[in-house]
Ligand binder design. Structure first.
Ligand SMILES: [Cu+2]
Length: 170
């Protein structure tokens, strides 16, 4: 009698576990697609937290540009940006004015919204983040009238850096 009850209980637990696994699978495959469609409709795109110094004007412009492109932006003003960059494993040569986070993904500098969305649709294994190193004139938030060619770099924890997108003669 006792054994039978236990068997029933185990059966029920197995059903719950199976249901749980199915839910997890759906959630795991959904975000990229929904993020992309949300960003293109301009409603609520990826949530991004932007760390910037209080007096950085181009950082502010980039944040506003992302918001205009459907990103859900949150700005955190700080004077300890170097600390944040170190904490998130951003190499010196990848550094720019502001550091942003979408979940664990680092977005460093004036990265175009479309490139971020493209990356989120197709994340690459081991990537820490995307960066437009330095402060490139002509990149989003840096509209100075001059348009320099630039690259968006995907960098990984093992020090590998690959060109994710190139913006030439735009
Ligand atoms: Cu800047």
């Amino acid at each position: 009698m006792k054994t039978k009850k236990l068997a029933l209980f185990t059966g029920a637990a197995a059903i719950i576990l199976t249901a749980g696994a199915a839910t997890l699978t759906i959630q795991a495959s959904a975000p990229a697609e929904s993020l992309a469609s949300m960003a293109s409709t301009g409603t609520s795109g990826p949530a991004i937290t932007i760390y910037k110094s209080p007096n950085c004007g181009c950082c502010q412009s980039w944040a506003e540009y992302l918001a205009a492109n459907g990103f859900e932006t949150k700005i955190v003003e700080t004077d300890n940006l170097n600390e944040i960059k170190q904490e998130h494993g951003i190499p010196r040569e990848m550094a720019s004015c502001h550091t942003a986070l979408i979940g664990d993904l680092v977005i460093e500098g004036h990265v175009p919204a479309d490139d971020i969305v493209a990356y989120l649709e197709n994340p690459q294994f081991n990537t820490v983040g995307l960066s437009v190193p330095g402060m490139v004139q002509g990149s989003p938030g840096m509209e100075t009238g001059k348009k320099d060619n630039y690259q968006v770099i995907a960098f990984s924890a093992n020090g590998q850096q690959t060109v994710f997108r190139e913006h030439n003669d735009y």
